[in-house]
Design a binder for this molecule. Structure first.
Ligand SMILES: Nc1ncnc2c1ncn2[C@@H]1O[C@H](COP(=O)(O)OP(=O)(O)OP(=O)(O)O)[C@@H](O)[C@H]1O
Ligand SMILES: [Mg+2]
Length: 453
């Protein structure tokens, strides 16, 4: 924290002491406000933003302890230094216990006060920097709860936790919404770096120059507008994991730079001259086929080998429908708790519909569907009416994209007729009308497909 900007409030009812302290601190370049009464100090705290408060302990009406308590309650960012008299060592200890940063015993040397103030401001600066970083970056917290019942997924998780312990770089592949980011968290949580940072950067979200700036940081004056030096994400992930999401989105030129960082384990600020050592584990994710991208010349082979030491492929949800019941229950619980609703059941017909659905948006789509269901449910059960309309109406639309069998037209027609019949309460006239065919045609189809009516 720089001296110019530090705002200090000093409170002392002894005019001369107040004046001297103010004078010394002002000379240091701080922005100093002085108050001769505790009461006025409380008011000033409300009106201005201070970084540090120095207050005398013993004052008429509002004393130092009261100011300290108020600051601790309302302004957690402000540090307090208590100025105490000789006879009140106990109160000094009490003040420290109540959260004062330090105390200065009267009579004190101005030099001593100067030193303690400087240290306090340094500490405040560090604290702020840390919390700012935590907020502006996505530093993951909490456990990585990856729910699965599927044997293939369980194998994948076992493999993930095994390679997590090594320092190998990993690429996580999977369609959108399959849980790549969640798996990245899982890997970090299983690794020896779990107490270090996990920093995520979406490579697709930045233009090339911005991405370089984000990843590598810059020196003061590296470009117009670079008023301050800035650390890059690679540096911030030091001792932890850097998760490069949508890795295929970075340009070939950036790939070269990234390769150098991974190989040399050092990073250079934009406009910097000295490389900075970093100890980072790289995880990358993509919803494309990375090997194919290499073949097409969109992704450098050398970088591919560097990051793809281990590949973890998450199958689409449509290929692990056995995960549906567990995931549904998990999301019902999650959103029930979040929305404070007593939803605990789901109509079996809803599950039926979901089991037949294709989930192009994978787990994220399922999660959204359940979230919506919980929000709409008026009782304790998610019903068909709580599903999005297109899902309700198109439950027959279960086109499979990947492995498994693609249903024939006849299969689809049969499923559709069954569904429409059920919808119309087995009334064949109404069903035929809805299908836009006459009763005889419907009857023929029912016979052909052996639909039970
Ligand atoms: N196995 C799982 N158990 C519990 N929640 C899951 C699971 N898989 C995915 N999710 C949830 O689904 C949502 C999407 O997951 P995530 O963001 O990890 O997917 P992604 O593959 O990174 O998607 P995208 O490619 O769109 O970035 C998240 O809310 C995540 O918590
Ligand atoms: Mg993602």
């Amino acid at each position: 924290m720089s001296n110019e900007t530090a705002k200090i409030l000093i409170v002392d009812d002894e005019e001369i002491a107040l004046h001297n302290l103010k004078h010394v601190l002002k000379k240091e370049g701080y922005d100093v406000t002085a108050s001769q009464s505790g009461q006025r100090a409380l008011q000033l705290l409300e009106e201005h933003n201070f970084d540090l408060v120095l207050t005398d302990l013993k004052m008429e009406k509002v004393g130092g302890m009261q100011i300290l308590k108020r600051v601790r309650e309302l302004y957690p960012d402000i540090e307090v230094i208590m100025i105490t008299g000789y006879a009140t060592v106990d109160s000094a200890i009490e003040a420290m216990k109540a959260g004062a940063y330090h105390y200065i015993a009267k009579p004190y040397k101005l030099d001593e006060a100067r030193k303690i103030v400087r240290e306090a401001l340094e500490k405040i600066g560090l604290k702020r920097e840390n919390s700012r970083l935590r907020e502006s970056l996505k530093v993951f917290q909490g456990e990585a709860r990856l729910v699965t019942n599927n044997p293939g997924m369980k194998k994948l998780l076992a493999m993930a936790s095994q390679v997590a312990a090594s320092d190998s770089n990993i690429v996580i592949c999977g369609e959108s919404g399959t849980g790549k980011e969640l798996l990245a968290r899982f890997v970090h949580a299983c690794s020896n770096r779990r107490n270090g940072p996990l920093i995520s950067v979406n490579c697709g979200a930045f233009q090339e120059e911005l991405l370089a700036n984000e990843l590598f940081g810059h020196e003061k004056g590296a470009f117009t507008g670079a008023m301050e030096a800035k650390k890059g994400l690679v540096e911030m992930a030091d001792g932890g994991t850097l998760f490069l999401d949508e890795i295929t989105e970075i340009s070939l030129a950036m790939q070269v730079k990234l390769l150098r960082v991974i190989q040399e384990k050092e990073v250079m600020h934009l406009g910097g001259v000295a490389p900075i050592q970093v100890n980072v584990r790289f995880l990358a994710a993509t919803n494309r086929n990375l090997a194919e991208e290499v073949k097409q010349g969109h992704f450098r082979q050398d970088l591919f080998y560097r990051i793809n030491v281990v590949a973890l492929n998450i199958p689409p949800l449509a290929e692990r429908k056995d995960d549906l019941p567990l995931l549904i229950q998990y999301f019902i619980k999650k959103y029930g708790a979040l929305m404070n609703k007593e939803v605990s059941n789901i109509d079996p017909e809803v599950v039926d519909i979901l089991l037949r659905y294709d989930f192009p948006g994978n787990v994220r789509e399922l999660e959204n569907i359940i979230e919506r269901g919980v929000a709409l449910a008026s009782g304790d059960t998610i019903e068909v009416g709580h599903l999005p309309e297109d899902l309700r109406g198109t439950c027959f639309q279960t086109f499979r994209r990947k492995s498994g069998t693609i249903p024939s037209l006849a299969d689809q027609e049969r499923a559709y007729i069954e569904w429409v019949l059920k919808e119309q309460g087995d009334n064949k006239s109404l069903a035929a009308q809805a299908l836009g065919i006459d009763r005889v045609s419907l009857w023929r189809k029912i016979k052909k497909y052996e639909v039970e009516g």
